[in-house]
Design a protein around this ligand. Structure first.
Ligand code: C2O
Length: 503
């Protein structure tokens, strides 16, 4: 995959954008479960979001976490095996906001002779939801980071790169052609930078069958909620009278956007749903597998507050700026890759004292007094190999009431519970689903509520956890886990490949 600049026209204006092989969105990677995949990338790093990278931490891709950026004219070969995953994922740039234009789909088909656990659809379609700025995205980032102000919202949402019909501008919408009576597997990917989205097709129901490359129990719905970084496979039945139907999606916070026609019926979708609806959407999916491998005991029990805070800022008009934080730590990126520092035991790059719980207990979701001051640090949390981990991700509504799609690299986790308000360590665990929880790699943490996840730390390396709203990641809403080597023959991280980019 060659990363190249390409002039691109949308919304009646042209600007150069960073692309893979000249395309926006980028090319789809097709593979089969258990395939060994080799991707040669020139000029830039790319992250295969959600690919578990079992013992291939060097191939994960986030800048300054597992590798330094690939310099202009240089290559890096990402070599990894797709272990136990099938469905849809995405690949994207993992530095600054380049993900705006550098992203594409990953389709992992089941092994040959393993059919889908649902009737074979007549055809499959990739639906990539994105955003488009008329401005140079780099300037938008600078606004968000230097002034410490919320960033400009994008000028349009896109489906597969099409911004839809816009007033005063003859731009085009995306059309999905379907044939009456047939069924379609829609592989829906939210590649937007900063918007959690509700997706629907007028007059039609969708049956969700897979999320984040894990099969789910079939779940019928008229609206799919998908956060940046999440993927959802759903079956569409073209069972309505022949005609045109609107494909609609709206953001949880920004203005709704509708574009893009399929097969003239309009409908009024849910907008700005209340938190109850949000929680219901978290609870609606279950694993198809039974029993699951959800850890039943917990070695590391962590409580992470996820939100926005304040940091002093000399150059800002208000004297302080907005930052992201977990447990009041705003994560500072190092200038060498964390994984290299860990592997070669280079001191002074990070500490392994990330707090297991918030420094002070306060009413996380209530009115003030709120605890909003944060401290900077490159602090990691250490997990012994194969230990079981529970994280209660507690949303804080202090300052900016927003939900946070939280993504973990290197693992799928089980989503065992969620609720409104502050997590109650006595009552809430009694309601955890330890039977058929859905497995994901990205989950929404409600603004005035919590989500609990569990996973087994069986993949040695350094694994990033961050909010997948790009603005919050940039503001420091992130941390990383160190997973130590185990003692068995296949339980340690192999040495770095020779072509690993240097800083
Ligand atoms: Cu899809 Cu670390 O992000």
């Amino acid at each position: 995959m060659q990363v190249v600049l390409r002039n691109t026209t949308k919304l009646c204006s042209t600007k150069p954008i960073v692309t893979v092989n000249g395309h926006f969105p980028g090319p789809t990677l097709y593979a089969r479960e258990d395939d060994n995949v080799v991707v040669r990338v020139t000029n830039h790093l790319l992250y295969r979001h959600g690919v578990r990278q079992v013992r291939t931490g060097w191939a994960d891709g986030p800048a300054y976490v597992t590798q330094c950026p690939i310099q202009p004219g240089k290559n890096y070969v990402y070599n990894f095996t797709l272990t136990g995953q099938r469905g849809t994922l995405l690949w994207h740039a993992h530095i600054s906001w380049l993900r705006a234009t550098l992203h594409g789909a990953i389709v992992i088909l089941p092994k040959k002779s393993f059919p889908y656990p649902f009737p074979k659809p007549h055809a499959e379609k990739i639906i990539i939801l994105g955003e488009w700025w008329k401005a140079d995205v780099e300037n938008v980032v600078n606004e968000a980071t230097q002034a410490g102000l919320p960033p400009n919202v994008s000028d349009a949402h896109t489906i597969n790169g099409f911004p839809g019909p816009f007033p005063n501008c003859s731009s085009q919408g995306y059309t999905l052609h379907v044939e009456s009576g047939k069924t379609y597997l829609l592989r829906i990917i939210n590649a937007a930078l900063n918007d959690e989205l509700f997706f629907k097709i007028a007059g039609h129901k969708l049956t969700v069958v897979e999320a984040d490359a894990v099969y789910t129990k079939p779940f019928e719905t008229d609206t799919i909620f998908v956060s940046p970084g999440q993927t959802t496979n759903a079956i569409l039945k073209a069972d309505k009278p022949i005609g045109n139907y609107l494909i609609y999606y709206s953001s949880i916070i920004n203005s709704p956007n509708c574009s893009n026609i399929i097969l003239n019926q309009h409908s009024t979708p849910q907008r700005n749903p209340n938190n109850k609806k949000f929680i219901d959407s978290l609870k609606s999916l279950n694993s198809i597998q039974y029993p699951t491998k959800v850890p039943l005991t917990v070695d590391h029990s962590l409580l992470f507050t996820i939100g926005v805070g304040l940091n002093p800022c000399d150059t800002c008009a208000s004297g302080s700026k907005l930052v992201g934080n977990i447990n009041n730590v705003t994560f500072d990126m190092p200038s060498v890759a964390l994984l290299e520092a860990h592997y070669h035991n280079i001191k002074g790059v990070f500490t392994d004292d990330f707090p297991a719980k918030p420094p002070v207990v306060f009413n996380y979701t209530g009115p003030s007094p709120a605890n909003i001051q944060t401290m900077n640090g490159t602090r990691l949390y250490r997990l012994s190999y194969n230990s079981s981990v529970q994280i209660v991700l507690q949303g804080t509504g202090v300052i900016a009431p927003e939900s946070h799609p939280t993504h973990l690299h290197g693992f799928n986790f089980y989503v065992i519970g969620s609720g409104l308000g502050n997590f109650d360590p006595v009552k809430d665990p009694k309601l955890f689903n330890l039977v058929d929880p859905v497995e994901r790699n990205t989950i929404g943490v409600p603004t005035a509520g919590w989500t609990a996840i569990r996973f087994r730390a069986d993949n040695p390396g350094i694994w990033f956890l961050h909010c997948h709203l790009e603005v919050h990641t940039t503001w420091g809403l992130k941390m990383a886990f160190i997973v130590d080597n185990g003692f068995g023959p296949n339980e340690s991280l192999p040495p770095p490949p020779n072509d690993l980019p240097q800083c």
